[in-house]
Design a protein around this ligand. Structure first.
Ligand code: MG
Ligand code: ZN
Length: 219
């Protein structure tokens, strides 16, 4: 069905062009933006809640929350000290036009970092460039060590991997070596931060990385 393929290509191309415009706009305002992706329940919002207070003394923070229907996550981000915007996607991923809409609602000249929380889903978010500078995948220990093998496209394209809920390692069967081998085969040398949003272990290293990138963007 060549016609159908060309329609898909057109949509992807339009998305990528708009993503580029989003990126230019962020650069012009010296805002560092990242795209947080994960399955539902891996801890995207929890990581945002944990990170914001550690960044708030040095950076002005904005959060774009992509969710199917509710405002719950935007409320949590706002409570943690960020200017937050909720985008109810009605679909399984964010795309560049939705992020443009979110950026329209934020005063970019008054921000240093924008965190985009994508819809919880391990299938398609990675295929949609949003115009952010870095994409981050959050895996979590209870999901199991087989996820890189099952969702290779998500692991292949990301700049950063967070392994959340390491406090649960003693209680679940999660073979860290097997997991890392799977990751390494798909995304060699990807920066990885094992951490726990509950105990706080590993959070400083993660926040340090975010801060470093935000400072680079601001210089
Ligand atoms: Mg969430
Ligand atoms: Zn989707």
């Amino acid at each position: 069905m060549p016609e159908r393929i060309s329609v898909v290509e057109k949509i992807t191309k339009a998305n990528d062009q708009l993503a580029e415009l989003n990126r230019i706009r962020l650069d012009e305002n010296k805002v560092f933006a990242m795209n947080l992706m994960a399955s539902p329940g891996a801890g995207k919002t929890s990581l945002i809640e944990r990170s914001l207070p550690l960044l708030a003394d040095r950076f002005r923070l904005g959060v774009i929350e992509g969710d199917l229907a509710t405002n719950l996550d935007a409320d949590r981000a706002a409570a943690a000290g960020a200017t937050s915007v909720q985008i109810n996607t009605g679909s399984c991923h964010l795309d560049a036009p939705m992020v443009k809409q979110g950026l329209n609602e934020l005063e970019l000249s008054e921000l240093d970092i924008v965190i985009v929380e994508n819809v919880g889903n391990l299938i398609c978010p990675a295929s949609w460039d949003l115009g952010t500078h870095k994409s981050v995948l959050i895996a979590s220990v209870p999901e199991g060590d087989d996820k890189p093998f099952k969702y290779p496209s998500m692991y292949r394209g990301v700049d950063m991997l967070v392994i959340n809920k390491i406090d649960l390692l003693p209680y679940v069967s999660f073979d860290m070596e097997r997991f890392k081998q799977g990751v390494e085969a798909l995304n060699e040398g990807v920066v990885t931060f094992p951490l726990s949003c509950v105990t706080g272990e590993g959070i400083d290293a993660w926040v340090g990385w975010v801060a470093e990138l935000a400072l680079e963007q601001n210089s």
